[in-house]
Design a protein around this ligand. Structure first.
Ligand SMILES: NC(=O)c1ccc[n+]([C@@H]2O[C@H](COP(=O)([O-])OP(=O)(O)OC[C@H]3O[C@@H](n4cnc5c(N)ncnc54)[C@H](O)[C@@H]3O)[C@@H](O)[C@H]2O)c1
Ligand SMILES: O=C(O)C(=O)C[C@]1(C(=O)O)C=C[C@@H](O)C=C1
Length: 342
């Protein structure tokens, strides 16, 4: 917001956090002089209602919103406090980090991501419009939903996956070092969010336990079925092994079908890009150089992933490009001296 010319006043119960955010260019930690247009509350879900109530009673802003990961609970808490909620709208940007605090923040975090807005019949149109302006300034994609429908949806796409990631990561806790050192990109993808703050997630899960328990129980059913198939694969009997393989294959194919439904950039269907993998060293400026060389080759890089090699000052950059452009890009980069993965 600050980079788009909005005056942002930062406040936090831990002053050092607001000061750090201000030092990073996110705004000022000085309080505003008068009433502001919009008050954005971004505190752990259990504190949202109290924080909003304080701001509303102090007449801080013309409109109020929160960004908590759950919507039904905070709304009901606010209603119980007897506040006038015409100036409030509950929202949730569907993008985040597994680390907390201003040092983990990035200015482009919400670009192209859904941002849920949960207006009710009581919400002022002016307040909804201010929220839409915020979403547009952050270059996110607004999605209007009912608060409880939102909570059921995020149980499926965020809360249950968080627990499954956590359980996979938990298997590593006491694993042999000789096994853990082999961690590749697959397990990094599956476990990244398991590094999140447990207190924040206790708040989130406490506000949405039923839908998450139902989904986890369905996952437990799939786990049991897959264990049965794998046990059949261990059998000496051909027919049983065949049955086991069919069971595992059916599970893997269901996974393919679900994964294909995960939206790509800007909510569009995932594009089928070709990957051009280039070896880079951990030197400053390597990425900039490779992007400049891709640009010089006249190829648009659609997406990028970086794979770090354990214990080495090197890694692979996966440049995702339109399939037709991949051979041209690979040839041009090779010509400019880059080492490519075949
Ligand atoms: N991290 C994510 O992935 C993500 C994504 C979308 C929404 N959210 C939601 O955003 C909110 C903030 O999450 P975050 O990841 O930015 O956390 P964070 O830990 O980075 O920031 C929370 C801040 O709130 C402050 N704080 C805590 N209690 C407070 C209180 N009572 N009064 C004032 N300040 C208080 C903390 O000092 C901290 O600076 C949460 O409601 C979370 O559910 C998080
Ligand atoms: O990618 C992350 O690190 C997240 O925290 C992401 C994520 C998610 O599940 O997508 C987690 C919780 C938030 O409510 C919104 C986003």
């Amino acid at each position: 917001l600050a980079s788009r010319g909005v005056t942002v006043h930062l406040a936090d119960h831990d002053q050092a956090q607001a000061r750090t955010a201000a030092a990073l260019g996110a705004g000022t930690d000085e309080p505003p002089e008068g009433v502001v247009d919009l008050c954005v509350v971004a505190v752990p879900p259990a504190h949202v209602a109290a924080q909003l109530a304080d701001a509303m009673r102090a007449g801080t802003a013309r409109a109020y919103l929160d960004v908590a990961s759950v919507k039904g609970g905070p709304r009901r808490e606010l209603e119980a406090l007897g506040l006038d909620l015409t100036s409030y709208i509950g929202t949730h940007p569907m993008s985040g980090r597994e680390r907390s605090g201003p040092l983990a923040a990035t200015a482009d975090l919400f670009e192209g991501r859904p941002w849920v807005l949960t207006p009710t019949r009581d919400t002022d149109t002016e307040v909804l419009n201010i929220a839409l302006e915020l979403v547009a300034l952050c270059r996110a994609v607004p999605v209007v939903m009912d608060a409880d429908a939102h909570d059921r949806a995020v149980a499926l796409v965020s809360h249950m996956p968080h627990l499954v990631s956590t359980m996979v990561a938990a298997r590593l806790e006491n694993a042999e070092e000789s096994a853990v050192r082999l961690c590749g990109q697959g397990i990094r993808d599956v476990t990244r969010i398991a590094g999140s703050d447990p207190q924040m997630w206790i708040d989130i899960l406490s506000a949405n336990p039923g839908p998450v328990a139902d989904l986890l129980s369905a996952v437990a059913g799939d786990l049991e079925e897959t264990v049965r198939s794998l046990r059949s694969l261990q059998s000496a009997d051909d027919a049983k092994r065949h049955e086991g393989a069919e069971g595992v294959e059916a599970m893997l194919r269901r996974g393919n079908a679900g994964q294909a439904r995960v939206p790509g950039k800007h909510g569009a269907a995932p594009a089928a890009y070709e990957i051009v993998a280039v070896l880079i060293s951990d030197q400053p400026g390597e990425l900039a150089r490779i992007f400049a060389d891709a640009g010089a080759a006249g190829v648009n890089v659609e997406d990028v992933r970086i794979e770090h090699a354990t214990g080495q000052q090197a890694g692979f950059v996966q440049l995702m490009v339109q399939p037709a452009a991949a051979p041209k890009l690979a040839a041009s980069l090779r010509e400019r001296g880059w080492a490519m993965r075949q």
